[in-house]
Design a binder for this molecule. Structure first.
Ligand SMILES: [Zn+2]
Ligand SMILES: [Zn+2]
Length: 294
């Protein structure tokens, strides 16, 4: 994970224009194609084998799927469309007042003073308020204004891929005919002979196991990213300043509201729920740090 992040960061720093031109469409396309693919496999193949297509359970499964896909893609779109750059601030807030001038820092790229916790992004060509990182999957920087959408985008990606994995497991447990189509069946019996005769298995065997492997990978990725982001919220740090930014920590509850807005947890239910942020991203409360304990 660190190796991939470092590699991407290096290429993005060296060739920002080419990086954005190639990587953004590929990464966004991967999310869109993955969502369509897994939704189709689940709702037209796996779930019908478990509950059929006639009953109430299948209708409920569709409602849950629509809710998850709406929130996944809705938060992704809102994240892309919500600007966290300093240029998005009212003109009078783009310059510090005399009292806060000592807290602002100089950006070598923009050649002006910038608010605390804002950092320049070469890909976005601007300074981003409370910059967390540049996300290739939403093709934008994650900062003060769009953090909420990015967080729920990850949560819904994890929920969707987890439920997809869970349905495979249920199918494996309850459907005797399908069980032998999963390599899990041979793995739990420590029967490795299937590796020698893998070419003998049918199309269904190969497809279902390939989907399962892709599903495991697509579940692990948001899970790892979410781990980083839960730590970020818990300590009010950022992806790149996880250990050096601790002075902004106001406790988990206040940190959560600062990043998600006044409606806090309600933002889970939809990206269209309005949740005004506590401030404009230029003034950050700090807590006293005892340097002897640092
Ligand atoms: Zn800048
Ligand atoms: Zn950026």
């Amino acid at each position: 994970m660190c190796f991939i992040v470092t590699g991407c960061k290096y290429v993005a720093q060296m060739y920002p224009k080419q990086f954005a031109l190639v990587v953004h469409p590929c990464a966004v396309g991967l999310i869109l194609a993955g969502t369509v693919f897994f939704t189709s496999v689940e709702m037209f193949y796996v779930v019908p084998l478990i509950v059929g297509t006639e009953g109430l359970l299948y209708k409920i499964a569709w409602l849950v799927t629509i809710f998850i896909v709406f929130n996944l893609l809705g938060n992704m779109l809102a994240c892309y469309r919500t600007d966290s750059s300093v240029e998005n601030l009212p003109i009078d807030r783009q310059v510090p007042t005399p009292e806060e001038e000592h807290l602002w820092h100089h950006c070598d790229y923009c050649q002006v003073l910038r608010p605390p916790r804002s950092w320049h992004c070469k890909l976005c060509k601007s300074c981003i308020l409370r910059r967390d990182h540049h996300c290739i999957f939403t093709a934008t920087c994650i900062g003060h204004n769009n953090y909420r959408y990015f967080f729920w985008f990850l949560v819904y990606m994890m929920i969707g891929t987890f439920l997809s994995l869970a349905t495979h497991l249920i199918l494996f447990i309850i459907n005797e005919d399908m069980r032998k189509n999963y390599f899990l069946f041979y793995l739990v019996r420590l029967d490795f002979t299937y590796l020698q005769k893998i070419y003998e298995f049918g199309f269904q065997f190969n497809c279902i196991n390939l989907i399962l492997v892709l599903n495991v990978y697509s579940f692990i990725f948001p899970l790892i990213m979410l781990g980083y982001q839960i730590r970020t919220i818990y300590l009010n740090t950022t992806f790149y300043t996880a250990t050096s930014d601790l002075k902004y920590n106001q406790g988990p509850r206040k940190n959560f509201k600062t990043l998600m807005g006044k409606r806090g947890l309600w933002t889970f239910f939809s990206p269209v729920i309005r949740s005004p942020l506590l401030h404009d991203g230029t003034q950050w409360e700090t807590k006293y740090l005892d340097i002897n304990n640092c």
